[in-house]
Design a protein around this ligand. Structure first.
Ligand code: ADP
Length: 392
């Protein structure tokens, strides 16, 4: 294998977790990141300061690399397109990043390619929103999503009625989506290399805390039927192959997390809906570090470097708990209870090395392995009660 320089746009926790498999395969990883305190800053010698949404910064960085990839999709797609023209390998391809940056283009792609997704209309501004909803009052409650610049659920809201829409509706290009009565939210991570090989990880389930209606933990494998498993894998393969077809690209290269909704009362095959995708390592794949034959991070590197893809077999059931900053604590983080956690068998903390904790900020995650759901659940409760991210 020839030594290649791989440049990653973004130096956050997802980039940080690419470092370990890169060491094992002796891959020279470089990061472009504006925040000099970002998670990669303390663990990479090849940390380049620069703005990933700035055309010139991305171009200058990319020109020094052989292969360019991302760990976050909000980057200068124009610069990546220019790098492709100059003969650089950019994976995922710039046209795909551009498509995914805009939820409106993404939804339209599903529709144009007959990929099942919830019904939607595109709305340009608030005036059009109110106009449309006045004439379609039977559609409430309805989901409004900003086309661009939303993240982690911000930029997504449910409009209950016309009054609510008048008060709170986004006044920007957006999507209005039918509200799905969701039974389960699952995610499937799929990888594809330049040779066209595809490998799919088992579906992961987002388990919601009923009391607070918040994500509680992620469970792998998802507790779904065999036909739902097959359908989710089929959909993930279909999306990665069809992405980019329109742009003359022969299928996407890289790692893709496909977020899916299983609607309630869904017993017929084919009713699983695609919500959205992320063309990079994803929160729903952290467990693969310990629980799979190949981790999603190693798979990302293999796919963009056109290496054989790794097997995705799950060696064990697993749960992922997010470690988030406590309310009322902002400042230098202290991981209260970490010692006790390190005493537990089959519990693997991953601390992202962020310099500052803030309420609800993602500071790390904990993977728990177990043979069955019951023993996992017991351990989840134990872990939850034993660690807090606070300041002292
Ligand atoms: P983000 O990109 O900010 O994560 P998503 O599109 O994934 O936004 O939406 C965030 C959450 O909102 C989803 O995980 C889901 O729980 C809920 N949601 C999104 N779209 C719908 C929909 N059409 N119907 C019902 N709930 C939805």
């Amino acid at each position: 294998m020839q030594q290649k320089k791989v440049g990653i746009l973004g130096g956050g926790q997802l980039g940080r977790m690419l470092i370990s498999p890169a060491i094992d395969l002796d891959i020279e990883l470089h990061f472009l990141e504006n925040d000099s305190d970002a998670p990669c800053s303390t663990v990479s010698r090849n940390f380049h300061k620069g703005n990933i949404i700035d055309y010139q910064d991305v171009l200058d960085f990319g020109r020094k690399m052989d292969i360019i990839s991302i760990e976050i999709e909000k980057v200068s797609a124009d610069a990546l397109e220019q790098l492709e023209k100059e003969g650089k390998k950019v994976f995922p391809q710039s046209a795909i990043i551009r498509l995914i940056q805009d939820k409106r283009l993404q939804k339209q792609f599903y529709k144009d390619n007959q990929i099942p997704t919830s019904d939607f209309v595109l709305i340009d501004d608030k005036e059009e929103l109110i106009n449309y909803l006045s004439k379609n009052q039977d559609k409430f409650p309805i989901v409004q999503k900003l086309g661009k610049d939303g993240y982690d659920g911000k930029g997504v809201q449910i409009l209950k009625n016309l009054e609510d829409a008048k008060q709170n509706g986004f006044d920007a290009p957006s999507l209005l989506e039918e509200k799905v009565d969701i039974e389960k939210e699952i995610s499937v991570i799929v990888a594809r290399n330049e040779k066209g090989e595809i490998a799919v990880f088992d579906a992961v389930e987002m388990v919601v805390n009923e009391k607070y209606n918040l994500l509680d933990y992620l469970l792998a494998p998802a507790n779904i039927t065999e036909s739902q498993k097959e359908e989710s894998v089929r959909l993930a393969r279909e999306v990665i192959e069809k992405l980019g077809n329109k742009e003359g690209i022969d299928g996407m290269v890289g790692l893709l997390a496909v977020e899916l909704f299983i609607p309630k009362n869904n017993d017929q095959q084919g009713a699983i809906l695609v919500n959205e995708v992320a063309p990079r390592p994803h929160n729903s794949g952290h467990h693969t570090i310990e629980a799979s034959t190949t981790s999603q991070y190693a798979q990302h590197l293999r796919s963009i470097m056109n290496l054989p893809l790794g097997k995705t077999t799950l060696r064990s059931s697993a749960a992922i708990l997010n470690l988030i900053g406590e309310e009322n604590h902002t400042g230098k983080p202290f991981y209260e209870g970490l010692d006790k956690l390190l005493d537990l068998e089959n519990v693997y903390p991953h601390i992202y090395g962020k310099k500052i904790t803030k309420p609800a900020r993602k500071m790390g995650h904990i993977t728990i392995l177990g043979n069955d759901i019951e023993s996992l659940k017991e351990k989840i409760d134990k872990v939850k009660g034993s660690i807090r991210v606070i300041t002292r």
